[in-house]
Design a protein around this ligand. Structure first.
Ligand code: NAP
Ligand code: GLV
Length: 307
């Protein structure tokens, strides 16, 4: 039996799962079910202790890409496989989000906004895509497509990953040395890394200082990546021209937090790439068929790696 926990659009998800899995018994929280019969759960942000009642649980399908919150739970034993969404319609949204931020910077919209508020008419020098260096931290399922789409549009794109990678049109680097050489050669840093112990505060005061003074950061991965105090300190000292943040150390961002009103910061409320229900359910149904054949599934999480 597959049990579904999705406070957002539960009726839609239930219908999609029933259509996609006609041979499965599918039910949706808060309907009461025989907990012993539940072998699979599909969920996003289930409450603490939610999984404890299912002794025969085998697989949890995460209705999102990031699994940090699932790996921090104490009600999911090591024997339970965790499978997250791999793209499933989110890479296109990430490309759009990144492109918006890149254009905001490239076409100097941040400067024009400030000038508008001051009533100033001051044309700025034009800058073409081939002169903008966009570096992607995390060219995985989402970042890889962002990188390749921007490269096709003429941007100078680089990617930084844990393992060496090869991507057409993208200059790929990895490891500490790769990051050290990449940051000073970056105009726009697009971050789409998972939250893991290794990525926590990866962008601290020291590494932020490696970016050019008039550079930009777009963070659409997880808020733990950036030391927010160090970022504010940087911005206050006039370093970094523009920062677009979708994710934060604490969400929602606290009322009165200095980032809200910082003139160089644009904030969105964790919306860079939403789960697309039909794509998500299609991918989970395909994965269930792959599991049944004993083959490797897309999006199986490596708990040791943390993503
Ligand atoms: P993914 O396919 O697992 O890709 C993760 C990428 O990060 C890989 O390239 C990986 O390198 C790299 N990476 C991980 N740890 C690293 C480290 N310590 N050093 C260097 N590179 C590292 O994940 P995805 O599906 O693209 O999603 C990425 C993240 O985006 C999610 O985990 C989630 O947090 C976030 N997200 C945010 C939103 C939003 O709306 N804001 C929506 C969806 C997802 P390797 O290639 O070497 O493994
Ligand atoms: C959203 O943040 C996701 O990880 O899918």
């Amino acid at each position: 039996m597959l049990y579904l926990y999705s406070p957002d659009q539960p009726a839609l998800y239930l219908r999609l799962f029933k259509d996609a899995l006609p041979d499965w018994n599918v039910a949706c929280w808060p309907d009461e079910v025989d907990a012993d019969a539940v072998t699979h759960v599909a969920a996003w942000k289930p409450p603490a202790g939610f999984f404890r009642r299912f002794p025969k649980l085998e697989v949890v399908f995460v209705l999102g890409a990031g699994v940090d919150k699932f790996l921090q739970r104490d009600d999911l034993g090591e024997q339970v496989k965790i499978v997250r969404l791999a793209d499933a319609g989110m890479a296109q949204q990430m490309t759009e989000y990144c492109l918006y931020g890149v254009l905001h910077y490239q076409r100097q919209m941040d400067v024009y906004l400030r000038q508008q508020h001051a009533g100033q008419w001051r044309p700025q020098p034009a800058r073409s895509a081939k002169d903008v260096r966009v570096s992607i931290l995390g060219p995985g399922q989402l970042g890889m497509q962002v990188a390749q789409n921007l490269a096709k549009m003429g941007y100078r794109v680089a990617g930084w990953s844990r393992q060496p990678r090869q991507l057409d049109g993208v200059d790929c680097v990895h490891g500490d040395a790769g990051l050290r050489s990449l940051l000073p050669a970056t105009d726009v840093l697009f971050c789409v890394l998972p939250a893991t112990p290794e990525t926590r505060h990866l962008l601290d005061g020291v590494r932020l200082a490696w970016l050019p003074k008039d550079g930009a950061i777009i963070n659409a991965g997880r808020g733990s990546l950036i030391d927010q105090d160090a970022l504010l300190d940087h911005l206050d000292r006039g370093r970094l021209r523009f920062v677009l943040l979708d994710v934060f150390a604490e969400e929602p961002l606290g009322e009165g937090h200095p980032l809200w009103r910082h003139p160089r910061v644009l904030i969105t409320p964790h919306v860079a790439a939403d789960t697309v229900p039909a794509e998500a359910v299609g991918q989970i149904a395909a994965n269930l068929r792959v599991f049944a054949k004993g083959l490797p599934v897309t999006g199986l999480v490596d708990r040791r790696r943390g993503y």
